[in-house]
Design a protein. Structure first.
Length: 402
């Protein structure tokens, strides 16, 4: 029965096999080595064969088991029936169970799993799931608190992330026959987003009413920045208000700022049309007026700016009938304004001061004895805006007889 020699590490008991049904068995690792060392739960394959010499039949089968603790494992193959019996025994195989492992993985907002991160930074409002896994362990527990719940040697848990601008540590400890293993993850939540107080500028239409002096429109441009520590997760809106005379907002509209990343600035322009008078106006812009975004500072979203809108050009004109005169001669000054609004004007020059009562007039200068500068200066009384026009009368040179 040389076929049995292939399994010469095992012994059979043919004396108990009157029908010459010899039994042989061999126990081997996946590496096909005897007396090897394995790790926790590595499969050990037991193989046995039944050889029936009288019939020449050969039947074989396998069984596997896993070693869960350090020790020696052997195998005996047995066969029995009403008329047959036989057995074969194999030598022990030594198993050394190594230490367990423990691992924490993370998933943010349902995305791909991040394998065994030591640290992880997330935005406020993010959804975080922690998963734990182990080998060679019989139990795992959470340590360090922070709401991390662990049951069994593997699983997942949806956690509450730390408060904005803070960190928390999530840890596990897994124990097995070979000892204890730990792993931890430090999770940091970024600072909340925050909208800066809007910056406001304006520009006026180049056209205006000839009868009232009111502009056709005003463009108000404003910008706001996310100067916080994280991106906004919700789309923010703004509210724009305009007050023509600082006596109550007559114009209100809203718009969208959208989603803002960290340090992103959004610029918007609103145009208010129809009868924009010069004088004292007021603008108010509110970022995130519906409070869609939770911010670091909710108190700096509003900017109110008082505007002093200058009057339009009054169309001043100042001229003289002679630009050169001889010493002691006079000139006639003519002035006018096309302004539809009130102006306080004065014409002045050497030995001359005139306070006109109308929008135009003329006056003869005193005798001119030197080159003279004459000025028309008008002040708009509401805003204090000043307008000027000037003209010059030059003195001709004196001819001397030789």
């Amino acid at each position: 029965m040389t076929a049995l020699n292939a399994y010469n590490t095992c012994t059979s008991d043919p004396a108990n096999d009157p029908y010459h049904a010899y039994y042989a068995a061999v126990q081997a690792w996946q590496t096909a080595q005897q007396n090897a060392v394995t790790t926790y739960n590595q499969a050990i394959t037991a193989y046995w064969a039944k050889v029936r010499a009288d019939f020449g039949a050969n039947n074989a089968t396998t069984r596997t088991f896993s070693a869960t603790s350090t020790g020696s494992y052997g195998m005996t193959a047995m066969y029995s029936s009403a008329t047959q019996y036989g057995q074969a025994s194999c030598p022990n195989v030594t198993v050394s169970v190594g230490p367990p492992s423990a691992t924490i993985d993370a998933q943010v907002n349902g995305g791909s799993w991040i394998g065994d991160p030591a640290t992880l930074t997330v935005d406020p409002g993010d959804s975080v799931t922690l998963g734990w896994r182990s080998t060679a362990a019989t139990s795992c527990t959470a340590t360090g608190g922070n709401g991390f719940s662990v049951s069994g040697t593997s699983g997942t848990d949806s956690i509450t992330i730390p408060a904005p601008n803070t960190s928390g540590t999530y840890s596990i400890s897994c124990t097995g026959a070979g000892g204890t293993a730990t792993d931890s993850l430090t999770l940091t939540t970024r600072q909340l987003p925050n909208f800066s107080q809007p910056n406001i500028t304006y520009s006026l239409s180049p056209t205006f009413s000839a009868t009232t002096g009111a502009y056709d429109w005003i463009d108000v441009t404003f910008n706001t920045q996310n100067n916080g520590g994280s991106d906004t997760k919700a789309s923010a809106n703004y509210q724009f208000q305009f007050d023509r005379n600082r006596d109550g907002y007559e114009y209100t509209t809203t718009g969208s700022l959208g989603l803002l990343t960290v340090n992103q600035t959004v610029t918007k322009t609103e145009r208010v049309t129809g009868n924009i008078p010069f004088g004292n106006a007021r603008v108010q812009v509110t970022a995130d007026n519906t409070n869609a975004v939770t911010e670091t500072n909710e108190g700096d979203n509003v900017r109110t700016l008082d505007l002093t809108i200058p009057p339009p050009d009054p169309g001043l004109s100042l001229s003289v009938d002679k630009i050169r005169v001889r010493q002691g001669e006079t000139a006639t000054i003519t002035w006018s304004s096309s302004a539809a609004y009130t102006l306080n004007c004065q014409v002045y020059g050497p030995n001359l001061t005139i306070n006109p009562s109308g929008s135009s007039g003329t006056r003869v200068t005193p005798p001119v004895n030197a080159t003279s500068l004459y000025t028309l200066e008008c002040t708009e009384p509401i805003t204090g805006t000043k307008f000027k026009k000037t003209t010059t009368v030059e003195l001709e040179g004196k001819l001397e007889e030789i």
